[in-house]
Design a protein around this ligand. Structure first.
Ligand code: CA
Length: 432
């Protein structure tokens, strides 16, 4: 028996047996949030293993202060925010964390769109109905999507995170993964600006390990660029003002391309022999073009005629639910660049309206691959004579193409989807 497989099943069982199942997943979603903030997957390199010479933290802070002065950040802010600052080891551990097991998309969806989440969401909608209607009228983003994001980001305001944001961002900018340090440095200056311009006192800047703050977890530059003062008190308060929170989130989605009147997408049904090379977020067509290829709504209802960009995504392989997704799904991805996140937001939102129930079932007992496993898959596909592109632990177009070629040769549905069963089949083919 394969121990890794047993580990995955046990992990899922443990997660769901635990009373804090949802908070465990929420922790995962904050990890995803941090990764999305940087516009890339969570890095797997350990910053502490990098051989490099760099200044002491104190010398680095001194240089940072000098640059902050050129950005017109005041002395009192610098003294209060950076005086006596220490490295936060927990932040570094979370940035470099590489989970051995990756939660399947279906598990996220199930844990975060169940009865408890729906009951809580409907209660919040009832409490804030008048405000949410005003926000929808102003920004064109329906209440159900704002509620779903609020749920995933902070469990309706119950959990903003516990990290002092300046300390976390300074730690990451100094000692985080080298290629991400410029990103963290920008966020750090953003946080200092928020304090210096009087948007929020330093003590308010508590959030996720990646510096995401408040009810809907804005990182500092997103705050500076997109937060709005909806209640008119002169402050953009994402910690204490729900009018500001909902309006800021709606404003950010709108600026990210949100189209009023459209859902995130629809569950779809594919014809036999469908060519899965077209099924990824990078490929977009009109609804009419998808229909000409035989793609239909899973529930049999007609699709609206909308122009590009509509993409087809296959989040858990050919035998799980597949979706046609609109540019509103893309807007949610701008908020947090993880398919599991965007899909969970979309399905939770639609279920709050009694929609979004799936026809197909999420495949049981399969799990996606960790980054290390994806790299192993790429190496083994090369051994078998396929060309998955560079071994980088990311499944991009080249790797999907190589997987489809492998699947075709094996006489399997060629969906290009990498999961643990596929890796097992590739391992067997190599050892044959
Ligand atoms: Ca305000």
């Amino acid at each position: 028996m394969n121990l890794r497989r047993v580990g995955a099943v046990t992990m899922v069982a443990t997660v769901f047996a635990a009373a804090n199942a949802v908070s465990a997943l929420a922790d995962e979603s904050r990890i995803l949030a941090g990764a999305a903030a940087a516009g890339q997957e969570v890095s797997n390199s350990d910053p502490r293993s990098t051989q490099e010479s760099r200044p002491s933290f104190a010398a680095w802070i001194a240089a940072l202060k000098a640059e902050a002065r050129t950005r017109e950040i005041g002395e009192s802010t610098l003294a209060a925010a950076l005086g006596g600052l220490r490295l936060n080891r927990r932040t570094l551990a979370l940035e470099s964390r590489q989970p051995e097991f990756v939660t399947p998309v279906g598990a996220y969806v199930a844990a975060l769109t169940g009865k408890r989440a729906l009951d809580a969401g409907r209660e919040k909608r009832r409490q804030h109905a008048a405000l949410l209607r005003r926000i929808e009228a102003a920004y064109g983003v329906p209440a159900r999507y704002l509620l779903a994001i609020w749920r995933l980001e902070s469990n309706y305001g119950a959990n903003f995170g516990t990290f002092p944001v300046v300390e976390a961002l300074a730690t990451l900018a100094y000692a985080g993964t080298p290629k991400r340090r410029p990103f963290w440095r920008r966020q750090l200056f953003g946080a200092l600006q928020i304090v210096d311009r009087g948007h929020a006192p330093l003590g308010r800047l508590v959030g996720s390990w990646a510096g995401a703050m408040g009810h809907t977890q804005f990182i500092p530059t997103t705050y500076l660029d997109h937060a709005v003062d909806f209640d008119g008190d002169g402050r953009r308060d994402l910690w204490g003002s729900l009018p500001d929170v909902f309006a800021s989130t709606a404003n950010y989605l709108r600026k990210s391309g949100w189209q009023p009147g459209l859902p995130f997408g629809w569950e779809a049904r594919l014809p036999a022999g469908f060519d899965f090379s077209q099924a990824h977020i990078g490929e977009s067509k009109t609804v009419a073009e998808w229909q000409a290829l035989g793609v239909r709504r899973a529930d049999g209802k007609p699709l609206p005629e909308i122009p590009r960009p509509v993409s087809l995504i296959v989040p858990s392989g050919w035998d799980g639910p597949v979706f046609l997704v609109t540019q509103n799904y893309r807007a949610i991805l701008r908020y947090n660049n993880a398919a599991a996140y965007a899909l969970t937001v979309g399905l939770l939102a639609e279920r709050l309206e009694g929609q979004g129930n799936l026809v197909a079932r999420w495949p049981a007992g399969v799990r996606p691959l960790s980054r290390a496993e994806k790299a192993e898959l790429q190496r083994k596909l090369m051994t078998l004579g396929f060309d998955p592109g560079p071994v980088d632990g990311k499944v991009g177009p080249d790797t999907r193409k190589a997987i489809r070629a492998f699947q075709k040769r094996a006489g399997k549905p060629a969906d290009g989807y990498a999961n643990h069963n596929l890796l097992e089949a590739v391992r067997k083919a190599v050892s044959r």
